[in-house]
Design a protein around this ligand. Sequence first.
Ligand SMILES: [Zn+2]
Length: 402
Amino acid sequence: MIQGYKYEIKVNNKQRSALQVCAEINDTVYNMTIRAIYDRFDANTENRFWKLNELQGEWRKTRDANPRLKSMCEGVPSMVANFACLRADQAYKRWWKKKAKKPREKKRRGSKFTIYRPDYGKNWIKIPKVGIVKAKEKIRFEGEVGSVAFSKRAGRWWASFSVDTEKDIKESNGGVVGIDWGLNAFVTLSTGEKVEAPKPYAKELKRLKRLQRQYSRKQKGSKNQKKLNAVIAKTHFKVAEIRKDFINKLSKRLTKEYGAIGIENLNMAGMIKNRHLSKAIQDAGAGEFFRQLKYKAEWYGCEIVEADRWYPSSQTCSDCGLILSGDQKLQLNQRTFLCPGCGFECDRDVNAAKNLENLIVDRERFSRIDAPEESPSRATSEDCDVVERPRGTGKQVALFSA
Ligand SMILES: [Zn+2]
């Protein structure tokens, strides 16, 4: 069940004006999105409907073309605008499904905005780009936080947590994670953790490569080559055994620990990164890893969400959603992702993993719109964003499919 928990927060003057700007951006984006939706609909062309990511892209274009908006947004988490687009889109869809009145533009009040899953503690909440705000009482509830809406009334600010009370965060099988299979670490998690292949594996692998080089230099069909062949076969076996054990444990750990895991498209995982021939053997490990991840997910009730094959997980800013193109593109040797749009800086693999986590987060937002049995109280709840995650089914869902 989704429940709301509301706390008054203490803000200093600087934070007060920062929150005000967030709320104004929220309304600006909401109104702009509503207008964009109606304009396109009224134009009565073949393509009457926007996709949510198109709407969000439109907003970013408008913002970048407008210096005043751009400088305002410097202190506003990008989630605020994304949520405003989502809200407008949802309001419109509810009207379209005859579940609610036609949404209208908000009169500019600047009194509310929402962010997704902020860090929080006993009596504090961290709002990206604004900083830490203190709550006037202890923040206490059991469950998993979806989103937090900040609202102003009579000059005072409140934070409303939307909490899934059926999900105990202490339970292992709850969280969402994205994993990037990479050139450096074996996998990188969106939590920032890098899981390396075991040391003996790397050692044996190195040895195997050396042996293979030697093999190619030996005279074809010679006694020496045959001898070497036996050694290679043995090393191969050793490598495979270590890998099997490692993959087994890792896939088990991840599927038990998380309720949903976002991964790359498996074809791409194999193909794009396979340019380095020396990695071919390790690539085989990736294939096996993902295969095990999938069937163990079914055992443990974890859901695997696979990205569409063209999803640019390494070229997208996990913070603001900007997709790098042209010569902005991140090269293979660049270890750090630096977003030219919002200035977000992050290890490249962690950024990719975060994007894969975002697949699930975004999907939840979509599924909420399309949820048929949405109760009216939820649908019209202004105080809380309800972000629902279906319980792990082990099913795979392709996203961003063409
Ligand atoms: Zn960015």
